[in-house]
Design a protein around this ligand. Structure first.
Ligand code: ZN
Length: 242
């Protein structure tokens, strides 16, 4: 695999990733996730990159093609719902996909050091963290311990939903997903710069627990998620399904 050197011997930005060409662009990375989710929804997952040979092949370094900033909900396992394997996804999960400093730092590590071209905020219907925050907003009763940090991080989304007249929980979840996309970009100038340079995109998707399908609800650049869909699935057709 060839590296493009920097003319004049100037050291470029610290980008150590030796990216797989097929997944080097944000739109193609998104198309790969959409294709994997469709396999999962259709009950025909390929479970790629989960064999012992691939495990050994990626032991020396990782080049994930997407960062997933997802809710910790036990039904939202990223590698399963996107039908991927070892080395594919850089996953950061917190209750309600709340994005504090450690989350932002993890995203920045993947995007700048590993060269990952796509960040996906993964929320879902009936999110318990959003419901807990709504409970607090309605009753004024604060949760115990550090759970309060989760609720506090979701409350701005509830206020935004109120302003927009959205009352159903899944509508509020969509707003919270979009808000998290904005938080990532607003709180991380590093990520915002990668997006401005066209090296990365940020998409917010909502997952339906029963159906298993994801649906884009926010994207930066605007319209990016539609472009990703049009790019279609990547790579050769599946050989024999296991
Ligand atoms: Zn959740």
């Amino acid at each position: 695999m060839s590296h493009s050197g920097t003319p004049g011997g100037q050291p470029g930005p610290q980008r150590t990733a030796d990216r797989a060409p097929a997944l080097s662009e944000p739109a193609r990375a998104y198309a790969e996730l959409v294709a994997g989710n469709r396999r999962f929804v259709g009950g025909a997952p390929r479970h790629p990159n989960q064999d012992a040979g691939h495990r050994a092949a990626v032991a020396d370094g990782q080049h994930p093609f997407a960062v997933i900033v997802g809710c910790s909900d036990s039904r939202l396992a990223a590698e399963i719902i996107f039908d991927r394997g070892l080395g594919d996804l850089f996953v950061v999960r917190t209750a309600g996909h709340t994005a504090g400093p450690e989350v932002l730092g993890s995203v920045e590590y993947a995007v700048t050091v590993l060269g990952t071209p796509l960040v996906v905020v993964l929320g879902h219907d009936s999110c318990g963290a959003v419901q807990a925050a709504r409970e607090v907003a309605m009753t004024g009763t604060q949760p115990q311990g550090h759970l309060r940090a989760v609720v506090d991080a979701v409350l701005p989304s509830l206020r935004r939903a109120e302003t927009e007249g959205v009352q159903d929980i899944d509508g509020i979840v969509d707003i919270h997903i979009a808000q998290t996309v904005e938080t990532l970009l607003g709180q991380s100038p590093v990520l915002a710069d990668e997006v401005a340079q066209g090296r990365c995109a940020v998409v917010g998707v909502s997952y339906r627990l029963a159906a298993g399908a994801v649906r884009p609800v926010a994207a930066v650049p605007a319209g990016f998620a539609t472009l990703g869909e049009e790019a279609g699935p990547l790579g050769p057709a599946a050989p024999a399904a296991a």
